[in-house]
Design a protein around this ligand. Structure first.
Ligand SMILES: *[C@@H]1O[C@H](CO)[C@@H](O)[C@H](O)[C@H]1NC(C)=O
Ligand SMILES: *[C@@H]1O[C@H](CO)[C@@H](O)[C@H](O)[C@H]1NC(C)=O
Ligand SMILES: *[C@@H]1O[C@H](CO)[C@@H](O)[C@H](O)[C@H]1NC(C)=O
Ligand SMILES: *[C@@H]1O[C@H](CO)[C@@H](O)[C@H](O)[C@H]1NC(C)=O
Ligand SMILES: *[C@@H]1O[C@H](CO)[C@@H](O)[C@H](O)[C@H]1NC(C)=O
Ligand SMILES: *[C@@H]1O[C@H](CO)[C@@H](O)[C@H](O)[C@H]1NC(C)=O
Ligand SMILES: *[C@@H]1O[C@H](CO)[C@@H](O)[C@H](O)[C@H]1NC(C)=O
Ligand SMILES: *[C@@H]1O[C@H](CO)[C@@H](O)[C@H](O)[C@H]1NC(C)=O
Ligand SMILES: *[C@@H]1O[C@H](CO)[C@@H](O)[C@H](O)[C@H]1NC(C)=O
Ligand SMILES: *[C@@H]1O[C@H](CO)[C@@H](O)[C@H](O)[C@H]1NC(C)=O
Ligand SMILES: *[C@@H]1O[C@H](CO)[C@@H](O)[C@H](O)[C@H]1NC(C)=O
Ligand SMILES: *[C@@H]1O[C@H](CO)[C@@H](O)[C@H](O)[C@H]1NC(C)=O
Length: 400
């Protein structure tokens, strides 16, 4: 336990924020972080409504001085006085550790908690993460198995960093969070990459929010924020439910086998002039390399919207496989729907399907010739968790 006593002026401001909003706080208002997030708020608020919702709580401390509690005047108070993580005791199958950036429990950094997880653990370790933005790059190495990140809500708990392809030996290593360990779970937390939004023609500016490379991973109520290449859904079998995923170009990409249920896919691609046929973004870039692999992305009961004029997917690799089922799409989807990476030889090998979707973007009349209008039989393998063998490994959300 590392209690920090802090001076009145600052602590009352923090209490005011905590009290009023139970949202994000910073322990040191003069830190680099603060300036960084102020800048971030200014540059992204116009295009990213959710980031702008999340960010103000992290730097608006000075603006809240008028909420001062006068009765505390002169006294030193601890920021941890009211801290109650409320995490359950360890059981035979689960251990709990706590992360709070103000130092009110076991760890102040998420990475420190991950490092403390025993290697190749068969027991689950739940890392309980308090509200706040954790400005750090986090890696869950291949030996850190059965780890859960439990946040307090995707709009109030986030892990954020700002590596780009240039700053990190390539796009694949730019993730703010990188997960290689199997059986990883995340609940009610956001993953963000806040590197500058790439300008057209920029080289090396791609910036991943999270790379998911471990098998049997599940994400419940999570947020994924980035501009380009947000969610590197790399390999293994993954489940995403009730998630918010934002980006512009290829913002869900990789060669995993994943089911996305009840998720919101929000394009922040640049708007195009009315009547223009240009494309400003792409939702998916699946990377299946052979039809012997059963990888692919299935989106079921999702909502697609946002800005720009975008494709549902483009064929990053020749055997890309993506289906949209029962999904509502706004008119940001271009009428042709998909793209073969401008390589017609891929038209015979890609598998792009749509089934029972609705909304202005789901009109199949003008779709590219290779798009499959799936019938009931063809849609069946993609409808539920059996697509990812979920009956063998996926636990219910409340199973910790
Ligand atoms: C937990 O493990 C202990 C020691 O192995 C055992 O005695 C106890 O019955 C176990 N409890 C449960 C709930 O399985
Ligand atoms: C975390 O803190 C709790 C409460 O102080 C303590 O019981 C537990 O041993 C700590 N765990 C670790 C891994 O430090
Ligand atoms: C831990 O992970 C292994 C494989 O990595 C898996 O077989 C096992 O079921 C997991 N245990 C729990 C408690 O999640
Ligand atoms: C993973 O664990 C194994 C067995 O304990 C060990 O040999 C190996 O060096 C570890 N790998 C990493 C990357 O930590
Ligand atoms: C990340 O942000 C820090 C703080 O603003 C800055 O110094 C650094 O250059 C940024 N890194 C990249 C790759 O943009
Ligand atoms: C996640 O957050 C939602 C909304 O705040 C809450 O209803 C739910 O219980 C939380 N679930 C978990 C597993 O954290
Ligand atoms: C990335 O690095 C290349 C080569 O050093 C450079 O030309 C380019 O401008 C950099 N991109 C960004 C976005 O900084
Ligand atoms: C894809 O399938 C080929 C041939 O079966 C196999 O060698 C390769 O390892 C598979 N790749 C992945 C990522 O599963
Ligand atoms: C499609 O959505 C409807 C409700 O709008 C639901 O009843 C139906 O089960 C969904 N189909 C699938 C395959 O999830
Ligand atoms: C198709 O979508 C409609 C809503 O748009 C829903 O009512 C219906 O249940 C869906 N059918 C299937 C088979 O999922
Ligand atoms: C679908 O698009 C075609 C061609 O643009 C158009 O004629 C038709 O009215 C559209 N259907 C619906 C239901 O909007
Ligand atoms: C669905 O489409 C496949 C492939 O075109 C076809 O073989 C099958 O008979 C169709 N099934 C139904 C129920 O229409």
């Amino acid at each position: 336990m590392n209690l920090k006593s802090i001076s009145l002026t600052f602590s009352v401001a923090i209490f005011a924020v905590l009290w009023a909003s139970k949202h994000l706080i910073f322990s040191n208002p003069n830190s680099q972080y603060l300036k960084y997030f102020v800048d971030l708020g200014l540059t992204t608020s116009s295009i990213s409504p959710i980031i702008s919702l999340l960010i103000p709580f992290s730097f608006n401390i000075n603006a809240r001085h008028h909420h001062k509690k006068q009765d505390n005047k002169g006294k030193k108070v601890s920021i941890c006085d009211d801290f109650q993580p409320g995490i359950p005791p360890d059981t035979n199958t689960t251990s709990y550790v706590c992360v709070d950036r103000n130092g009110c429990c076991n760890f102040t950094l998420v990475q420190a908690a991950v490092d403390a997880v025993p290697d190749l653990s068969q027991k689950r370790t739940v890392i309980w993460i308090n509200t706040g933005i954790y400005y750090e790059k986090v890696t869950v190495r291949i030996n850190k198995t059965n780890v859960t990140f439990q946040g307090q809500g995707y709009l109030s708990t986030a892990i954020s960093w700002n590596d780009t392809a240039n700053s990190s030996h390539g796009t694949f290593y730019s993730g703010s969070v990188q997960v290689f360990g199997a059986n990883f779970i995340a609940k009610n937390i956001s993953f963000m990459n806040v590197a500058p939004i790439p300008k057209p023609g920029d080289f090396g500016a791609q910036a991943v929010a999270i790379r998911v490379s471990g098998d049997q991973s599940a994400f419940w109520g999570c947020g994924f924020f980035g501009a380009q290449d947000t969610l590197h859904d790399d390999k293994g079998r993954h489940y995403f439910r009730d998630c918010y995923i934002q980006g512009s170009i290829d913002f869900i990409f990789g060669n995993a086998r994943s089911l996305y249920e009840n998720c919101r896919l929000v394009s922040m691609a640049n708007p195009v002039a009315p009547g223009s046929k240009s494309i400003s973004g792409v939702l998916t870039a699946h990377g299946r390399t052979s039809n012997e692999n059963n990888t692919g992305y299935s989106f079921v009961n999702c909502i697609v919207g946002g800005s720009g004029r975008v494709w549902l997917g483009r064929a990053w690799r020749p055997f890309a496989r993506v289906v949209f089922i029962n999904t509502t799409m706004t008119d940001i989807i271009a009428p042709e729907g998909w793209n073969d990476f401008n390589d017609p030889t891929r038209d015979q090998t890609i598998f792009y399907g749509e089934y029972n979707c609705s909304g202005a973007g789901a009109n199949l009349t003008m779709r590219a010739s290779y798009v499959q209008k799936l019938n009931d039989t063809q849609a069946d393998p993609f409808l539920n968790v059996s697509f990812i063998d979920g009956n063998d490994w996926l636990q219910p959300i409340d199973a910790n």
